[in-house]
Design a protein around this ligand. Structure first.
Ligand code: SAH
Length: 213
């Protein structure tokens, strides 16, 4: 398999025609080895236009959704970003390729361990992972320039608006357990301003300030 060629094709056919235009995001998608974050048996499907199972009932999102969410953060390169739901570690790697520091919280220990080892193997040394309830954010390293939530929430957990820098953006799928609207919230001096992006389907954000188990 020529994975580099598949990556270029993914960028040209799935991302650019749908409106991903941020060069930093496109470059990250050309370089980050998505197949290294996917279980061996489905590796050859890594660059296809859909989500894939990563074990423990969880999924790695469709490339376009990862790209759209990343683009919504409007990154310049020197940010500190919090991700909720490490999963495979792919979204964390995309962020790590663009920004200075990435903090990521995952509730399933096995997934966190696997993601950590994949990221380390590929040399993404600017990502720190914690096992825990991400609905509480990660207070120790706050404030963040951006927060990206890769699981579906019933509402914006209080911790996220508290741990976000002024002017920072929060990208979060919000709605029911079964379908959501990808929402971008910006923290401004006069409050939180939200914008709806598109419909989406994510696995539930399970925790104290999310869905109950
Ligand atoms: N960003 C991931 C995809 C994540 S799938 C990737 O690039 O592969 C959503 C993940 O959110 C799952 O791994 C799930 O276990 C995790 N999750 C759900 N609720 C959570 C919570 N409260 N805190 C942290 N992680 C959570």
């Amino acid at each position: 398999m020529n994975y580099a060629a598949l990556r270029n094709r993914m960028v040209e056919e799935q991302l650019i025609p749908r409106g991903i235009s941020d060069e930093r995001v496109l470059e990250a998608f050309r370089t980050v080895e998505r197949h290294m974050f996917i279980p061996a048996e489905s590796r050859d499907n890594a660059y296809e236009d859909h989500p894939l199972p990563i074990g423990e009932g969880q999924t790695i999102s469709q490339p376009y959704m990862v790209a759209l969410m990343t683009q919504c953060l409007d990154l310049k390169g020197n940010e500190k970003i919090l991700e909720i739901g490490t999963g495979s570690g792919y979204q964390a790697a995309i962020l790590a390729a663009i920004v200075k520091e990435v903090y990521s919280v995952e509730r399933v220990e096995l997934l966190a361990k696997r993601a950590e080892s994949a990221l380390k193997k590929l040399g993404y040394n600017n990502v720190k992972i914690k096992v825990g309830d991400g609905t509480l954010g990660w207070k120790e390293h706050a404030p963040y320039d951006g927060i990206i939530v890769t699981a579906a929430a019933p509402k914006i957990p209080d911790a996220y608006t508290e741990q976000l820098n002024m002017g920072g953006k929060l990208v979060i799928p919000m709605g029911t357990m079964f379908s959501q609207i990808l929402t971008v919230a910006e923290k401004k001096t006069d409050g939180i301003q939200t914008r709806d992006m598109c419909g989406c389907v994510f696995v539930p954000l399970v925790g104290k300030d999310g869905w109950k188990e």
